[in-house]
Design a protein around this ligand. Structure first.
Ligand SMILES: [Zn+2]
Length: 269
């Protein structure tokens, strides 16, 4: 079970500055783009100020807010994009950090309107699952949080059409690593699909194993990427799409088989 522990105000501000510096150094943002927030109590967060580069922030610039949008500490204004952070916290109780950036490769998929879901990397399946594109929304309006709301419960990374990417997690490092993984995965997918012109996809059985691994890590979100059933008969080169339900059914069968084997061995569960 994941232990919930909030950062202190001091730690939250310090780590937001550190992660801001990293997303700037990694070219995930340009100029004053991007924003970061960390939950420090069930109803309060610290977040980045508007109009400041993420590479040049100091802890005293941070803004403390309630989830209803009221500012309770800090001398600056929060980014107008904080609305989507607040929505994620309100919809997902387990979320304690949100990162928004414009990483160039992942954002290119957001511009093209292509979901990042092709299962080519085990790490991406475990860490990201399926990354859908939320419909385009005018920046800084309530349309932006509204566009992601239906996706919050089942995912922890989304692309914002013609805009950028949003990741969230149980702590700031989980949210940040998801952003890193997202860009890395988008880059690998582009190289394999568009430069080498060949991408061998993981099949449904391989994906079932990875989803089982992800469940053991206590991660219930992320969704299941679409996959193909491996050939039963190699002579017939036929594959068919397997639904999410079939993948779940595979996991259930595998777990049941293991439980029966364990009982037959006389072991306890
Ligand atoms: Zn943005």
């Amino acid at each position: 079970m994941y232990q919930k522990k909030y950062y202190s105000d001091f730690e939250a501000k310090k780590w937001i500055v550190e992660i801001g510096n990293r997303i700037y150094q990694k070219n995930f943002v340009a100029a004053n783009d991007g924003n970061i927030s960390v939950r420090v109590s069930p109803d309060t967060i610290w977040t980045t100020p508007t109009g400041v580069s993420k590479g040049f922030m100091t802890p005293d610039m941070m803004v403390k807010m309630r989830l209803d949008g009221t500012i309770i500490a800090g001398n600056r204004k929060p980014s107008s994009e904080v609305k989507m952070h607040l929505r994620v916290y309100r919809e997902s109780e387990e979320t304690n950090a949100v990162v928004h950036a414009h990483p160039p490769m992942a954002t290119s998929y957001a511009i093209a309107g292509i979901n990042l879901e092709k299962p080519v990397s085990p790490e991406a399946v475990v860490l990201l699952g399926r990354v859908p594109v939320a419909p385009y929304a005018t920046p800084s309006t309530e349309e932006v949080p509204d566009s992601i709301t239906p996706l919050i419960k089942d995912h922890h990374a989304v692309l914002l059409a013609n805009h950028g990417a949003l990741t969230w997690g149980r702590d700031l490092f989980e949210a940040y690593y998801r952003m890193e993984s997202l860009e890395h995965y988008a880059l690998m997918l582009t190289y394999s699909t568009n430069i080498l012109n060949k991408a061998n996809e993981l099949n449904c059985n391989q994906i079932s194993d990875l989803i089982e691994m992800r469940n053991k890590m206590g991660i219930k979100t992320g969704g299941v990427p679409p996959c193909k059933v491996p050939d039963q008969n190699p002579a017939q080169n036929q594959t068919s799409n397997q639904t999410k339900e079939q993948v779940i059914q595979n996991i259930v069968e595998k777990v049941t088989r293991r439980v029966i084997e364990q009982l037959q061995k006389g072991g306890s569960l």
